[in-house]
Design a protein around this ligand. Structure first.
Ligand code: ACO
Length: 428
């Protein structure tokens, strides 16, 4: 089979190399096209554009496959922990018992944040959105840990920034939650593993000892694993492109958090619950809301349905649906909102509008229901997504650096006015 593609423009033929990935994905390499022909390609929204070569995550949207470093998401969600998966994504292999112990030790040594960072929380108005807080706090870490700004950092120095970010993120996220309640911040405890420590700082009180339920630790591990990476999505691409200008790790991650915030990306988990609550308050008539989603004159979309790449099913949604059922049963919660979600799913999966457009429930359709059952307020959901996605963003940033990728700088097709003469203001 040919390993080049031919592009014919007018009377000229251009030979373009064909690249094949390890999972047999094919791409036409157009990196020399403009030099050779003067043409660029146009792909608004990058639906057909490979921005990089990556060895981190593979997904096949048609077959519903997701793998981190070659391991299926199903196996990782069943057998692994979030921290083990973080290690896998960032360093490329599953850790040995010794490596995992050392990684956990390093993380526990860096969970404290500079005390001065607490002043940020005093400055944010009560009720300000947790994602805005998180993005600012993560960017501000560059001021508190300026080593990350050094050009040409050694691998050890980069690694220290990575460990610090992972460790401190859980403290910052739990403190954002505490701030929303007006409760005192709880300091990390080194005796706990990463996820237990996060739950302890989030739900713990200074006034009493609390027990962290292993069912909740398990659920949280699963949720974080399922969100840990998703190849070149909007936020990961943002992290890579910001990092490609040699911006430091914290600034790159902060940009990724901002990208995740939008309701068409990570913000969907908040939007799903808000939508379900609205349907509940409206009397629970799912048919009415399905009709609204199908009406082209109505801007309403069924949140948690559809995905840019999964056009059959989202494998994470399957795992999370089961986890959701288990957790609600174990915690003895009968949530009416979940009943509405199930009804919507059932109707939408049979409706030709959704079937023809291959719109299936995505990971966010169920994650919000679990977070709600665990006691998180709605506007914390996307922050929890960010906590899970952090190792993926770090892995993407690290890979981009190690591959010495050039600064990301797309081209455009200009469609504006040409050659206008300046008219003085009194003559316009
Ligand atoms: N409800 C109703 N109609 C929908 C929905 C939906 N949730 N999603 C897509 N459609 C329709 C569109 O109107 C369009 O119809 P048309 O062909 O008649 O014009 C068709 O399906 C294709 O939709 P696009 O927007 O072109 O698909 P795209 O791949 O660009 O968008 C996206 C994917 C943004 C996720 C979209 O499905 C959506 O907005 N879903 C709801 C938001 C959501 O759940 N986002 C979370 C994504 S997962 C994540 O980030 C972790």
């Amino acid at each position: 089979m040919s390993d080049t593609a031919q592009l014919i423009i007018g009377d000229k033929t251009y030979e373009l190399p064909v690249i094949t990935g390890t999972e047999d994905e094919k791409a036409i390499d157009i990196s020399k096209l403009r030099d050779q022909s003067g043409y660029v390609t146009l792909d608004i929204g990058y639906k057909n554009t490979g921005a990089t070569k990556s060895a981190i995550t593979f997904l096949d949207g048609e077959k519903g496959i997701l793998k981190y470093r070659g391991y299926s998401i199903e196996q990782l969600a069943e057998k692994s922990t979030f921290i083990e998966v973080a290690y896998l994504l960032i360093y490329g292999d599953l850790p040995t018992a010794e490596q995992l112990k050392d990684f956990q030790y390093q993380l526990s040594r860096h969970t404290l944040v500079q005390e001065d960072m607490k002043k940020f929380f005093d400055g944010f108005p009560q009720g300000s959105h947790p994602m805005g807080q998180l993005s600012s706090l993560v960017c501000a870490m560059s001021a508190f840990y300026p080593d990350s700004l050094k050009p040409n950092q050694t691998a050890q120095e980069v690694n220290l920034s990575i460990v610090k970010t992972l460790a401190k993120m859980s403290t910052l996220v739990s403190w954002i939650y505490k701030k929303s309640l007006g409760h005192p911040y709880i300091y990390p405890r080194n005796k706990y593993d990463y996820v237990t420590n996060f739950l302890y700082m989030t739900f713990g009180q200074r006034t009493e000892e609390i027990e962290i339920d292993p069912v909740i630790v398990d659920a949280m591990n699963k949720l974080l694993i399922l969100h840990a990476d998703h190849e070149q999505n909007c936020s990961a691409s943002t992290v890579r492109i910001v990092g490609s200008s040699d911006s430091n790790l914290y600034a790159s991650l902060s940009a990724g958090i901002s990208a995740l915030w939008g309701p068409l990306h990570g913000g969907a988990n908040q939007a799903v619950i808000e939508m379900l609550e609205k349907i509940q308050q409206d009397g629970g008539d799912t048919d009415k809301w399905i009709a609204k989603a199908k009406d082209k004159n109505d801007p309403f979309r069924l949140m948690g349905f559809g995905h840019r790449v999964y056009k059959n099913f989202d494998p994470r949604a399957r795992i999370i649906k089961k986890a959701c059922d288990d957790i609600l049963e174990k915690l003895g919660i009968d949530d009416e909102v979940l009943q509405i979600a199930k009804k919507l799913e059932e109707v939408a999966l049979k409706d030709p509008y959704f079937v023809q457009r291959k719109l299936y429930p995505n990971v966010d359709f169920y994650s919000g229901i679990i977070y709600r059952a665990l006691g998180f307020p709605t506007d914390m959901f996307t922050v929890l997504f960010a906590l899970g996605r952090l190792p993926g963003w770090i892995a993407q940033w690290k890979e981009m650096k190690e591959n010495k990728e050039p600064i990301g700088r797309p081209r455009q097709i200009y469609t504006g006015e040409v050659n206008r003469e300046y008219v003085d203001i009194d003559k316009r």
